[in-house]
Design a protein around this ligand. Sequence first.
Ligand SMILES: *[C@@H]1O[C@H](CO)[C@@H](O)[C@H](O)[C@H]1NC(C)=O
Ligand SMILES: *[C@@H]1O[C@H](CO)[C@@H](O)[C@H](O)[C@H]1NC(C)=O
Ligand SMILES: *[C@@H]1O[C@H](CO)[C@@H](O)[C@H](O)[C@H]1NC(C)=O
Ligand SMILES: *[C@@H]1O[C@H](CO)[C@@H](O)[C@H](O)[C@H]1NC(C)=O
Ligand SMILES: *[C@@H]1O[C@H](CO)[C@@H](O)[C@H](O)[C@H]1NC(C)=O
Length: 456
Amino acid sequence: MFPSVALLTLSCLAVAYGQQVGTLTAESHPKITVQKCSASKSCSTEQHSVVLDSNWRWLHSTSGSNNCYTGNTWDTSLCPDPTTCAKNCALDGADYSGTYGITTSGNALTLKFVTHGPYSTNIGSRVYLMDTSDSKYQIFNLKNQEFTFDVDMSQLPCGLNGALYFVEMDADGGTSRFSGNKAGAKYGTGYCDTQCPHDIKFINGEANILGWTPSPNDTNAGSGQYGTCCNEMDIWEANSQGAAVTPHVCSVQGQTRCSGNDCGDGDNRYGGICDKDGCDFNSWRMGDQTFLGTGKTVDTSKKFTVVTQFLTSNNSTSGTLSEIRRLYVQNGKVIANSKTNISGMSNYDSITDAFCNAQKTAFGDNNSFERLGGLNVMGQSFDKGMVLVMSIWDDHAARMLWLDSDYPLDKDASQPGVSRGPCPTSSGNPPDVESQSPGATVIYSNIKYGPIGSTY
Ligand SMILES: *[C@@H]1O[C@H](CO)[C@@H](O)[C@H](O)[C@H]1NC(C)=O
Ligand SMILES: *[C@@H]1O[C@H](CO)[C@@H](O)[C@H](O)[C@H]1NC(C)=O
Ligand SMILES: *[C@@H]1O[C@H](CO)[C@@H](O)[C@H](O)[C@H]1NC(C)=O
Ligand SMILES: *[C@@H]1O[C@H](CO)[C@@H](O)[C@H](O)[C@H]1NC(C)=O
Ligand SMILES: *[C@@H]1O[C@H](CO)[C@@H](O)[C@H](O)[C@H]1NC(C)=O
């Protein structure tokens, strides 16, 4: 993702969430099937489930039901300091459909944008795929493999982002490394990404209350002194008007808490430990405005299949990640990715280090992706193992203009790389999208993974 805040601006529920386990609502993960495929193209069905991120959950006192956090402020008596807060406060179970608009059926997951629940209005959500034992996050190593899913984005307008991606979270949510975290993966703890988000309420088993500042324009979010960083592979950040596939890397391995300059905040965007821009392939931005969208070659008014292949230098899992290829399937037809059509660039149709270097040069962007190691480092992250994230969100920092419109707004839209999609530069304001498109929805289904060529 592109803007200075991006994923961390997910709006959260107006109720509270700790790091102990609450018992007022039983936690029951919605079930979803996933197919694991083999080279012979035969696939077996695995039973998995999804878990809601802890940041969305009600956080209340372990001894009762007093909120530890309300709206975007902490209760100072339950939370006088980071460790006491983690001891005093419990994350409770979630009513997935009633409160959060999250449902599953067979191999499909539906995420609804705005949900009016009995106690509150929820905006957006973020879930993780659990392993088949339902005790930890499923860990993926996709080197020399492909990952495939179907998506229905027909109900996802400008300003929204239906995102499916991988981050290098701990499989247990952080319980074994951080004794203050008793809740773990079952309650969706331990999130991190390359934006090093500061809006995460608990990091490393402690409440992120030091320096906490409520957001000026998001009644459900704030930011603390610490951020939480890790490598990120954005398979799909998209709405009905456009899509991007984007690897991002960091100079650190595994979930890492940052403070100060390391977080790369504000003007220090390129001085932190993670590459916030990433190396994105967005067909519109790469010069083909006819490829993906409503009624286009890949028609976003209907469901389609997204295939992403992670090729290595020697066609083996142990090789160096060398290329990320994309193709689509719709109406039974395989559709090759669009080709780059930018003056000064070759006709790249996949992400390689050569593509990233050429793109950053053509667009005049800072090449933090290659400076921090490029595709090789992205591959090392898969060696360690990555967690699958699926979310729907709106963007309080940059209105998603970096995905579907012109960005940044202070540059001429005719300069290469500035135009990223057809949405108006006035679109994507969270109060507008929340009031005008509360029923916006994304459906991810038919997830498959396996050797190259095995899933479609
Ligand atoms: C990119 O950012 C880094 C860190 O701030 C800086 O050292 C470097 O000079 C920048 N490169 C360009 C081409 O602006
Ligand atoms: C390639 O770019 C040129 C110039 O911007 C444009 O006229 C042409 O339509 C583009 N081709 C495709 C396939 O998008
Ligand atoms: C890897 O596989 C591709 C496609 O099958 C082939 O073109 C390439 O030569 C192989 N590379 C190596 C190093 O075996
Ligand atoms: C692939 O490359 C890796 C890293 O260079 C090496 O360790 C491994 O033995 C190679 N595997 C094959 C099958 O060539
Ligand atoms: C919301 O506030 C942040 C500062 O926290 C600012 O960067 C952002 O531009 C604001 N967003 C909107 C849509 O006004």
